[in-house]
Each structure stands twice: as structure tokens, then as C-alpha cells.
Design a protein around this ligand. Structure first.
Ligand SMILES: [Zn+2]
Length: 107
């Protein structure tokens, strides 16, 4: 796969943390959603989504996840998280204090 030339938070530091979590969890998905889980973890999931105040780099807030589970949880989290721009629209302006999670989770 390519994936070069994108300067995001998913840089070298993230790759290192990701590897650490995958190794810690034995490359096995720790979410295990019924029907979709492949068990074979290739992603790392934030247990408490960053948009909900979870720690981005805290290993205790990270777990190995297979891609289907990770995507499914990400979709659920997004559904229940008011996007920063929606909040801004609702309040008019000035609510800049809301942390905005990176919109892409396609690691
Ligand atoms: Zn899974």
C-alpha cells in the first residue's frame, strides 16, 4: 500500500505506539464484535474516543483491534459525537474549546 506524503498525527510516533499496543495484545482484536470480528488485529482503537476526552497517547486507553471492529466502533463514536462544526453552528460562534478529533481513522 502507498500512504506516503500524508502529514498527519499518524506519523512515526503513532506507528511506534501502535506497534507497542499490537504487540502487547498479541495482535489479537480486543473488541471482538460478533459477526464482523476477524480477531487478527491490524489497528489500534481508543477505548475512550479522543473526542470524548480520551487520552490519545495513553497505552491504557489503547487496545488492539481488527479493522472491521475498529471501523464499526469509529462509526458509532462519530454518530454519538457532536462534530465541532455542528456545535459551532448551534452556538453561533466562539466555541473553539472543543477538541476536534482527526476525521480520518484509516490507518
Ligand atoms: Zn475485531
Amino acid at each position: 500500500m502507498g500512504g506516503t506524503g500524508r502529514k498527519t498525527v499518524y506519523g512515526g510516533k503513532w506507528q511506534a505506539v501502535r506497534k507497542k499496543v499490537l504487540t502487547r495484545d498479541g495482535n489479537r482484536c480486543q473488541i471482538g464484535l460478533p459477526l464482523i470480528c476477524t480477531i487478527d488485529a491490524t489497528c489500534v482503537d481508543h477505548i475512550t474516543p479522543v473526542a470524548w476526552g480520551g487520552e490519545w497517547w495513553d497505552l491504557a486507553n489503547l487496545r488492539a483491534a481488527c479493522q472491521p471492529c475498529n471501523q464499526q466502533l469509529g462509526a458509532i463514536a462519530r454518530k454519538h459525537t457532536p462534530r465541532a462544526n455542528e456545535v459551532r453552528n448551534a452556538n453561533g460562534e466562539g466555541s473553539r474549546s472543543i477538541p476536534q478529533a482527526p476525521s480520518s481513522r484509516d490507518w
